[in-house]
Design a protein around this ligand. Structure first.
Ligand SMILES: NC(=O)c1ccc[n+]([C@@H]2O[C@H](COP(=O)([O-])OP(=O)(O)OC[C@H]3O[C@@H](n4cnc5c(N)ncnc54)[C@H](OP(=O)(O)O)[C@@H]3O)[C@@H](O)[C@H]2O)c1
Length: 365
């Protein structure tokens, strides 16, 4: 990436609020509200114009906010919502469009906007595996952004909320020769949007099935860990077997992971690789980048969603770090649990970090 550290340092410094014009599609939803929090007073981007369905048009964002811990600026709360309309959105000349639309409506609208020359940062799944769409976790595969660097219209996708946390924990272990990953997820209710799973199905219960989730993990991890060169992504040769469950937790996807490697290792080396992991977002001190992307918990009963879901500093990167604990190693086999905030690192924050990286590198001007 043609990213200048000096440029990024200058842009992110000083607590200034940015002015680059952006739009947010799906602003009233669970992920949309997280976007509003993360884009409040953002140092690069101005506050987004808000879009949702015709049901919400003409109302203010304040009427939809149902996340008790989201700190959204008063000006955004008073902003009124417009109905998603491709022609209208194109006419505004936005430098970037963030999408938190459901898959059912995202596919058509995102492709129309892309063809009209807009830059889309999406959370929706339909375009993730397209051969010309980078599926990016900036610390894991920022080089995949080269695919779209020179393009006028493009889509950059986030992974599935569980794939993102898993990719962050696997990336530092690639040097050990990862061959096979088995993962069992314990996914929060907010992962199903709002109102999501009916309360009588969720309370005091575990639901051992989430539609299409296991397939997404198996497909997305090889793409994220894979290589990019000559306009092509080459998947990383790893088999990922997943079992996905929904648990009565508000926020935070926990994953119990077993990684089979070609090299022998020990718990000390695994801890060191994870805790010392840094990447380009940290080098550039991007506003939403956590200083330490993977935090290793030494306590035998951590991480826990209630205690650790908001891991990450500085304040703008709250909820952006993955927490790893319960590290156990036998020969070539590593076991651990990883926890990430599904609507921040696993969704809105992931998109914002992708856009920050492109902005800091000059790819959004
Ligand atoms: N929740 C997570 O943890 C998570 C994690 C990763 C990725 N994602 C993905 O992120 C996206 C959003 O998820 P969510 O959980 O925020 O869903 P959600 O709470 O159901 O919100 C959906 C948003 O899309 C809008 N919308 C629905 N149908 C529309 C249409 N036909 N035209 C325009 N706007 C429409 C809704 O507006 P109205 O209020 O007007 O209906 C609302 O703003 C999904 O693609 C999801 O798969 C979610």
């Amino acid at each position: 990436l043609s990213v200048s550290c000096t440029l990024a340092g200058n842009i992110s410094g000083g607590g200034r609020t940015g002015s680059a014009r952006i739009a947010l599609l799906g602003a009233t939803g669970t992920v949309g509200q997280r976007f509003c929090e993360l884009l409040s007073g953002h140092p690069y981007f101005g506050e987004p114009d808000l879009y949702a369905s015709g049901r919400s048009a003409g109302k203010t964002l304040r009427e939809f906010v149902n996340l008790p811990d989201a700190h959204i600026s008063p000006s955004l709360l008073s902003s009124s919502i417009s109905e998603v309309d491709a022609q209208d959105i194109v006419s505004h000349n936005y430098i970037a469009v963030f999408s938190a639309l459901p898959s059912s409506s995202a596919q058509e609208i995102e492709v129309r906007l892309e063809k009209a020359g807009l830059r889309i940062f999406t959370n929706a799944s339909p375009n993730r595996m397209r051969p010309d769409v980078p599926l990016v976790v900036p610390e894991v595969n920022h080089e995949h952004l080269r695919m779209v660097w020179e393009k006028r219209g493009f889509i950059v996708a986030n992974g599935n909320c569980s794939s993102i946390g898993l990719a962050l924990a696997l990336r530092p272990l690639v040097s050990l020769g990862i061959e096979h990953v088995e993962v069992t997820t314990m996914q929060a209710l907010s992962g199903a949007g709002y109102p999501g799973v009916p309360s009588l199905d969720a309370l005091g219960n575990v639901i051992p099935f989430i539609d299409s989730e296991e397939e997404k993990l198996s497909a997305e991890i090889p793409k994220m860990l894979g290589a990019y060169s000559d306009g092509k992504f080459t998947p990383f040769p790893v088999r990922v077997d997943a079992t996905c469950t929904r648990v009565p937790v508000r926020d935070g996807h926990m994953e119990a992971v077993r990684v089979q490697c070609s090299s022998r290792t020990d718990a000390e080396e695994v801890r060191r690789l994870l805790a010392s992991f840094r990447s380009l977002p940290q080098e550039l001190a991007l506003p939403t980048a956590p200083v330490q992307p993977v935090i290793v918990r030494e306590e035998r009963d951590r991480p826990q969603p209630l205690l650790d879901v908001n891991a990450g500093s500085p304040e703008r990167a709250r909820g952006m770090a993955a927490s790893v604990g319960r590290i156990r190693v036998e020969g070539n086999s590593i076991r651990f649990v990883v926890l990430t905030h599904n609507t921040i690192r696993g969704a809105a924050g992931g998109s914002v970090l992708n856009a920050e990286l492109m902005y800091a590198g000059g790819g959004l001007h």
